[in-house]
Structure formats: structure tokens, C-alpha cells
Design a protein around this ligand. Structure first.
Ligand code: ATP
Ligand code: MG
Length: 312
């Protein structure tokens, strides 16, 4: 049974019982409550209740909207548990922030997810495939790309040359020296498009090292976009930036997230509050809280962790 989820439910990532009834044309106002067994539709479904329940169960458990899931992810360094049983679920299309005090294990989580580190235990599922044993290169080719992993922005090259180089990576547009000129033209055209997308058109011929700091981060994002990420991981994209750059890069992240999923580590809580759909708070390697900003920021345990009285 194919369910065409309504956008509201889709955003929530769950299909409710009401959605199911609506789908098969049996929804009534009474079903909005979701209480089983009381509505006229349920009466009509009497004998079908078991079937409905099974479909609802399968929908909730098998047809997920999660692009990335980690299950009990754990990483030990010589006996020290840096990441401890983290089960993270990143919903497709969202901006998901991973926050927490220094040393909480955020970057280690990123390293595990992007396969820069091998987990001690646990598993990682990306786009429905178990990637726990895959290499960093192969997950990047699957569209799971971390911002700085290729954007070693070459300081002596221009912005345009940097983006073109990123497009020439095996994970970007296929490139060969012997390809006809029109292919190279396409490459050039795509590089200019990407620079425009991140607001760097006027910097195309500027040597990267001579660009202002915030613009360099935008260039990094352009080189990441060259790899056509489906899930883009950003580790502290605002680090070291002033107000103006923060606003500009925030806008940029929002823009690039329109047709992809973003998982980011960020210490600037104002940025986290404005950008994120979902926030996971890590503390000492474990998930402390998860939810929308209002929910997480009002959580007493989170407040304690951030005030430092939690002992981190
Ligand atoms: N390669 C390693 N060997 C040993 N310990 C490590 C290693 N990498 C990280 N750690 C330790 O694991 C813990 C988590 O580090 P991690 O860098 O993931 O934290 P973080 O949440 O990213 O912190 P920050 O906010 O400061 O960037 C820290 O105590 C750190 O010292
Ligand atoms: Mg870190």
C-alpha cells in the first residue's frame, strides 16, 4: 500500500492513524483524536482493525523518513569512551544540529559517520544501507559529504579553480583530460554556477588566500556542493566568524538545505535556534536531549550542562 503522506505529517515523519484512514477514504472528524476503537470509521473497520494496526506499525517502522540513523554508536580511545551508545536519527530534508559542551563527542560522531573513524561498536545506516563497514570514499560517493573533507581549499588557487578542482574529484562530475572541450566548458559553467549559488561570483578570479574569512567558508561550501551531497555535514561552520559573516553563512546554509539534508555541529546557539529543525544535545558521549529548540533549551538537564554545573 503506497501512502501519499500529507505535508504536515511528512514533516513530522510519522503517519498517524488518521492519515491511514484518510488514505483509504474512511477518515471522519472523530478520527482526529487518534483514539482507537471509538470512532465510526473504526466501527466500519471492525474486522479490519488488526490489518490497520499492522499497516500502521509497518509504516512507522519500515517506511521511515530518516536519511541517516546510527544505532548504539560507540567509540573508545584506549579505554576512554568518547561516544557512548549514540542512536541518532536525521530526518530527510531537515537541518539537524548536534550540540553539547566541549569534549562531548560531537566531532568524534562526525568522524564515525563519515567513516574517518571506525566505530568500536554499533552501526550506521545511510539512505537505507548499512555503511558501518564502508570506506570514507565510498560513503562520500553515496552523497554523505563532510564540508572540510575535500575543501582543503587550496590557498594559491582562485575561487573558480578551487571549485573546478572539486568538480574533478571522482565524486564530482566525471572529468578526463582527454574529454572534448565541451565537457570542460560544462565543468567551467558548473563551477561558475556553484560560485554564484554561494554568492561568490565577484570572487571567481580571486586567489583563495586573499579572500575574507567568511567568504573562504562560503568557498568551502561551494567545493562541498560540487560533490552533490545528499547529506552535508558541517562541523562548526561559524567558528571564528564575525556577525556579518555569520548572517551570510546562515543564509547560505538555509539556502543549500532546501534540497538536501544538513547535519551540523555548532556552538553558536543563536544560529542553532534559527536554523535547526531538530537538535540533539550530547554530553559525555551520550544523548542528553533531543527535539526542537524550544523543547531542548527548556530542558533542565540541558540548562545544567550548559551552565557548567553538570560537571563537564
Ligand atoms: N583520537 C583520539 N584519541 C583519544 N581521545 C580522543 C581522540 N579524539 C577525541 N578524543 C577525546 O574524546 C572526547 C570527545 O572529543 P570530540 O572532539 O569528539 O568532542 P567535541 O564534542 O567535538 O568537542 P569540541 O566542542 O571541543 O569540538 C574528548 O575528551 C577528546 O579528548
Ligand atoms: Mg569538535
Amino acid at each position: 500500500m503506497m501512502l501519499t503522506k500529507k505535508s504536515g505529517a511528512r514533516r513530522e515523519g510519522r503517519i498517524t492513524r488518521h492519515d491511514l484512514l484518510e488514505e483509504i477514504g474512511l477518515a471522519t472528524r472523530g478520527d482526529e483524536s487518534g483514539s482507537p476503537g471509538s470512532s465510526p470509521a473504526s466501527t466500519r473497520l471492525d474486522g479490519l482493525w488488526g490489518v490497520e494496526y499492522v499497516v500502521a506499525y509497518m509504516t512507522d517502522h519500515l517506511v521511515t523518513d530518516y536519511l541517516l540513523e546510527t544505532h548504539d554508536l560507540t567509540k573508545q580511545f584506549a579505554g576512554f569512551v568518547a561516544v557512548n551508545g549514540v542512536s541518532l536519527r536525521v530526518r530527510k530534508g531537515e537541518i539537524h544540529a548536534l550540540i553539547g559542551p566541549n569534549g562531548a563527542g560531537k566531532t568524534t560522531c562526525f568522524n564515525l559517520i563519515t567513516k574517518f573513524l571506525q566505530p568500536s561498536s554499533g552501526s550506521i545506516v545511510y539512505a537505507g544501507r548499512d555503511i558501518t563497514r564502508q570506506s570514507a570514499g565510498s560513503v562520500a560517493r553515496m552523497g554523505l559529504v563532510r564540508s572540510f573533507q575535500i575543501s582543503a581549499v587550496f590557498p594559491h588557487l582562485t575561487a573558480l579553480e578551487n571549485v573546478r578542482l572539486a568538480l574533478q574529484q571522482p565524486t564530482g562530475l566525471t572529468f578526463s583530460f582527454w574529454k572534448p572541450t565541451r565537457v570542460l566548458d560544462r565543468l567551467h559553467g558548473r563551477a561558475r554556477e556553484l560560485l554564484e549559488a554561494v554568492g561568490l561570483s565577484q570572487y571567481a578570479d580571486t586567489i583563495a588566500s586573499e579572500m575574507p574569512y567568511g567568504r573562504k567558508r562560503a568557498l568551502e561550501i561551494a567545493t562541498t556542493l560540487a560533490l552533490e551531497p545528499e547529506l552535508m555535514l558541517l562541523d562548526e561552520p561559524m567558528a571564528g566568524m564575525g556577525h556579518e559573516d555569520i548572517a551570510r553563512v546562515s543564509d547560505l546554509i538555509r539556502k543549500v538545505s532546501e534540497n538536501r539534508t544538513v547535519l551540523m555541529v555548532e556552538h553558536n546557539l543563536e544560529v542553532v535556534a534559527t536554523l535547526s529543525d531538530t537538535i540533539t544535545v550530547l554530553q559525555r558521549g551520550q544523548i542528553l536531549a533531543e527535539g526542537a529548540y524550544e523543547q531542548v533549551s527548556n530542558d533542565p538537564a540541558v540548562r545544567e550542562a550548559y551552565m557548567g554545573t553538570g560537571g563537564d
